[in-house]
Design a protein around this ligand. Structure first.
Ligand SMILES: *[C@@H]1O[C@H](CO)[C@@H](O)[C@H](O)[C@H]1NC(C)=O
Ligand SMILES: *[C@@H]1O[C@H](CO)[C@@H](O)[C@H](O)[C@H]1NC(C)=O
Ligand SMILES: *[C@@H]1O[C@H](CO)[C@@H](O)[C@H](O)[C@H]1NC(C)=O
Ligand SMILES: *[C@@H]1O[C@H](CO)[C@@H](O)[C@H](O)[C@H]1NC(C)=O
Ligand SMILES: *[C@@H]1O[C@H](CO)[C@@H](O)[C@H](O)[C@H]1NC(C)=O
Length: 544
């Protein structure tokens, strides 16, 4: 029966806590609902069933040992015991929490009264002793009687053990239960019990000035109020920023605090200037996670990428390679779990394509620390007569894997199409190849993490102009030859029949004439190497 009622109480308590936190989160304009208000008592008292006269006596510090109970006494003396909180208030913000104990017991002439004791960790035993008069207990012997008492003061946040014993104390008859108090989350307590009064904070942010304008309400009256900024770390909030106080005389309970960065773990903490005052804490930027992914640094000596979370955060940090289409593809085996410590990716090739990706759940943020900064190496292109020379210039001795593959930035270079290039001397250009109409792919090999840098070259401009210059007259020439051949063929057929030598001589001289207008060089170039011309034509179309 006891277990059942305590489970029920727990459920009600949990529901209340959830409800209150929900309302507190939503707004600070919570109006007290009836069911969340505790019963108020003017003054504590003991009440006994009608006919049973009882009085409360001074408690005793050390209860005597229990008596072996008599045969005629039933061990289940206490039938129904309930424990609930009530409040006794001496004015605004001057309420105290009391425990109301209602016990139903089976009276016998051997029971002279009962004691209600509470004990909590580190606290003295606190007892109420209730005794019945001899006449009344004899009269009601064998009947169920009720005893109510609400004189036990409790703290709003400390668990207490409640023990009810008979007087004299017969062994095995006592009733014991643990009582979990409501805690200061309950609105009624937060407003009225000084131990629970934290004040309420509302704020406006000024992102340009890095300022928080804070208003305080419902604070402990006639006390100075403290405000500070702190960085939350699981349970504690470490004060590492601005702080101020609102004097009790100040009519407008308002203050301004300055912060350096709008971090998700930055909180405003407020409390009254009393010993052990409870504190209220609000964290204005808790959703601004993107603020955490700043401050990635590079150590050029160690070639290490470093980052430290400004707030404790559970995330995964990985290195990735930014592609032309904007996606960032994870590098293999380049992911680390982040919680609070410093993160280090050693041996990284600094390139604008190399980025860091932070992931929390399904959300990701990509930050590219080299986007407009350091490059350990680069390639230099020199236009030569009809081609381009590509040279690699590295600020440090390094090894590269180089390939000229494909014609689009996303074509992959097979391993056998790549060669290894070693740059032994810093800042010494090393020729790695000629590039026209192909994509250069370079990746550093002497580091652990490197991006594959792709650069595509179109036609070498001079060469392509030359080709156009050749192709056009050649086409004209070809057309000319075809027409002339057709005409020749036609004439030949007609005049062969007539077999007139004079006319045939005339035609021969025409052919010679046509042939002589076609320079043999061009003709032979065209005829001996037609596939090249055709390929070039098609390639021109593709590149346009
Ligand atoms: C003790 O009380 C219980 C419940 O009231 C009852 O069932 C039981 O018979 C009683 N025992 C004695 C010895 O009186
Ligand atoms: C126990 O007390 C509660 C409330 O005080 C009451 O509702 C319930 O009926 C009582 N049970 C018994 C068996 O007396
Ligand atoms: C704070 O109080 C001032 C004046 O009482 C008011 O103008 C301002 O809007 C309040 N700010 C917030 C965040 O409640
Ligand atoms: C990160 O943490 C998860 C879960 O705790 C674990 O499964 C995973 O192996 C860790 N990854 C690394 C790189 O440590
Ligand atoms: C390469 O990119 C082009 C567009 O940029 C796309 O049409 C093509 O499918 C891609 N090829 C591969 C192999 O990803």
């Amino acid at each position: 029966m006891v277990g059942h009622s305590s489970r029920g109480r727990k459920r009600v308590w949990m529901m209340m806590v959830l409800w209150i936190s929900f309302l507190t989160l939503l707004c600070c304009c919570f109006t007290e609902a009836e069911n969340t208000e505790l019963d108020r008592i003017e003054r504590c008292q003991t009440k006994c069933s009608q006919g049973l006269s009882c009085r409360t006596k001074a408690d005793y510090w050390f209860p005597p040992a229990c008596l072996e109970h008599l045969d005629h006494l039933n061990t289940s003396v206490f039938h129904n015991v309930s424990v609930s909180p009530v409040m006794t208030c001496a004015g605004k913000q001057k309420c105290k929490l009391n425990l109301r104990v209602k016990a139903v017991l089976e009276l016998s002439e051997f029971i002279h009264g009962l004691s209600i004791c509470t004990v909590s960790a580190g606290m003295m035993r606190n007892c109420q002793k209730i005794v019945f008069t001899k006449t009344s207990r004899t009269k009601l012997s064998g009947l169920l009687v009720r005893v109510d008492n609400d004189c036990t003061e409790i703290s709003p946040s400390q668990q207490v053990q409640v023990t009810i014993k008979t007087i004299p104390d017969y062994c095995g008859t006592q009733w014991t239960s643990n009582y979990h108090p409501l805690g200061c989350m309950m609105e009624d307590l937060r407003r009225n019990v000084p131990e629970c009064i934290t004040g309420r904070l509302s704020y406006n942010t000024n992102l340009e000035k890095n300022e928080l304008q804070i208003n305080v309400s419902d604070m402990l009256e006639d006390h100075t109020y403290h405000l500070r900024l702190c960085h939350k770390d699981d349970y504690i909030c470490a004060g590492t920023g601005d702080s101020t106080q609102i004097e009790k005389e100040q009519p407008v309970k308002s203050a301004v605090l300055r912060y350096t960065r709008p971090l998700p773990c930055l909180c405003i903490e407020g409390w009254s200037a009393v010993v052990d005052a409870p504190r209220v804490r609000v964290c204005p930027f808790q959703d601004r996670l993107e603020e955490l992914w700043l401050g990635i640094t590079f150590d050029p000596l160690e070639e290490a990428l470093l980052w430290e979370p400004a707030c404790p955060v559970n995330a995964v940090a990985a290195l990735c390679e930014k592609k032309v289409d904007g996606t960032c593809v994870d590098l293999p085996e380049a992911s680390q779990n982040v919680s609070r410590g410093k993160l280090k990716f050693a041996k990284v090739d600094p390139r604008p394509q190399l980025c860091m990706k932070f992931t929390i759940g399904s959300q990701s943020w990509v930050r590219c620390p080299f986007r407009d900064g350091i490059k350990a190496w680069d390639f230099v292109v020199t236009n030569k007569q009809g081609h381009r020379d590509v040279q690699l210039v590295s600020q440090i001795p390094a090894t590269f894997s180089v390939g000229f593959c494909g014609r689009s930035a996303n074509s992959t270079c097979q391993d056998n199409a790549r060669s290894s290039v070693q740059v032994l001397k810093a800042n010494n250009p090393t020729l790695i190849g000629k590039a026209c109409n192909s994509c250069l792919q370079v990746k550093r090999q002497d580091v652990k993490y490197a991006a594959n840098v792709v650069h595509c070259f179109d036609y070498c401009s001079q060469e392509s102009r030359d080709l156009t210059w050749i192709v056009l007259p050649a086409a004209v020439c070809l057309t000319g030859i075809i027409i002339v051949n057709l005409v020749l063929h036609l004439l030949l057929t007609v005049y062969q029949r007539r077999k007139k030598e004079r006319e045939r001589k005339q035609t021969d001289s025409k052919v010679n004439c046509v042939a002589s207008t076609m320079p043999t060089v061009r003709g032979s170039l065209f005829i001996t190497d037609p596939p090249q011309c055709r390929i070039n034509e098609r390639a021109n179309l593709i590149s346009k």
